[in-house]
Write a protein that binds this ligand. Structure first.
Ligand code: ACO
Length: 328
């Protein structure tokens, strides 16, 4: 039951130059390399410069993906940027990117599904391409998580990093095929992971700033449990759609939040951990950029062989979750 016909013509990613390791963080907040590594698997992350915004990170990743796709800028007629750290509340980061890339006056919009955003965007782009109204889509996951991190909250500020990843999709040409999608959400408990103020419910005020409500806030333990549960559910549902068992997948590319979440998922699926690609030790959790960064890095490392199956799976604030099946 293969859905859509989109292929990935090109992939690209970018992380800022500035590497901050756990040792450096422990000089800023009350934490240690040992605590961060043993609880999360993260060793270092990249932080963007003050004058670099999310669209700047997206730009470099997109340029690489477009170059690799072999198609010219003027053939791209759809831009979707998945992010929770847009340049501005509006206009969209996708519009900034469309202009910075010098694309035509094409359809551009942001999509917000937190860490599941890139996989949601692949699903949306695939459907828009399948409609026949669009030919070539640029899909980006980009985040400047450092812009919403609270340096007075050691339970969150050690977890995240900045980066971007991009893919060019088309229904024509050669490349890994997107053959199945699953997206879901449950908005019952938004405060498990959220940025409380700055929206219409609680607009910016002296009080919201005083209360540090413009920073990301999270109930880590609850999110951990939900993450394992919904990633297993999304994986099993998608594989069931296709009559495939978890072991038949050659490579899993999970959202890169915490190595213990990945280990629990592998355990529950009864799949060896070696099938799970991880690069979170270098980048931390880059939210919507996490999956495309990992996908690009794994692709460049040559771990995918033609004909193999890959499963991309993510969870994020919302809660949201998403899984995508890829034939390499
Ligand atoms: N350094 C040192 N000690 C710390 C730190 C730190 N950075 N952070 C917390 N601690 C302490 C706590 O205060 C606590 O101390 P106490 O026992 O004296 O009270 C102790 O460490 C244990 O804290 P826990 O919260 O129980 O630690 P846990 O093992 O649950 O790990 C973590 C916390 C890493 C946040 C984990 O719960 C987790 O990974 N959760 C999922 C987070 C996640 O994936 N978020 C991304 C979602 S995706 C998106 O949409 C952005």
């Amino acid at each position: 039951m293969d859905q859509g016909k989109s292929v990935i013509l090109g992939l690209g990613s970018y992380v800022p130059e500035n590497i901050v390791d756990n040792q450096a963080l422990s000089k800023k907040v009350d934490t240690s390399d040992e605590w961060i590594r043993s609880r999360t698997g993260i060793k270092e992350r990249r932080f963007a410069r003050a004058d670099e915004s999310t669209s700047d990170l997206a730009l470099v990743a997109a340029q690489k993906a477009i170059q690799e796709s072999g198609i010219s800028n003027d053939l791209i007629d759809l831009v979707i940027v998945a992010t929770i750290t847009p340049d501005m509340a509006f206009p969209s980061t996708a519009c900034q990117l469309q202009h910075k890339l010098g694309l035509g006056k094409v359809a551009s919009f942001d999509l917000e599904a937190a860490c599941s955003g890139f996989l949601y965007a692949l699903d949306v782009a695939d459907a828009m391409l399948a409609s026949g109204r669009y030919q070539n889509a640029l899909v980006v996951g980009a985040e400047k998580m450092s812009s919403i991190m609270d340096w007075e909250d050691r339970t969150t500020c050690v977890l995240f990093g900045d980066g971007a990843g991009a893919a060019v999709l088309s229904q024509k040409g050669e490349g890994p095929s997107l053959i199945g999608f699953r997206c879901g959400s449950d908005g019952a408990n938004p405060s498990l992971l959220y940025q409380p103020a700055g929206g219409s419910r609680s607009p910016a005020s002296a009080e919201t700033i005083e209360n540090r409500e413009h920073y990301l806030q999270m109930n880590g333990r609850e999110i951990f449990k939900s993450a394992v549960r919904v990633m297993e559910m999304a994986t099993r549902e998608l594989l069931k759609d296709h009559g495939i068992g978890p072991y038949e997948v050659d490579h899993y590319i999970p959202h890169q939040a915490n190595v213990r979440i990945v280990e629990s998922l592998a355990n529950r699926l009864e799949v060896p951990l070696e099938k799970f690609f991880c690069n979170l030790e270098k980048h931390g959790n880059t939210s919507a950029a996490s999956i495309p960064l990992a996908l690009d890095e794994a692709f460049r490392a040559g771990i995918f062989k033609p004909g193999q199956l890959g499963l991309l799976v993510a969870f994020g604030a919302g809660l949201t979750w998403s899984a995508t099946l890829v034939r390499f």
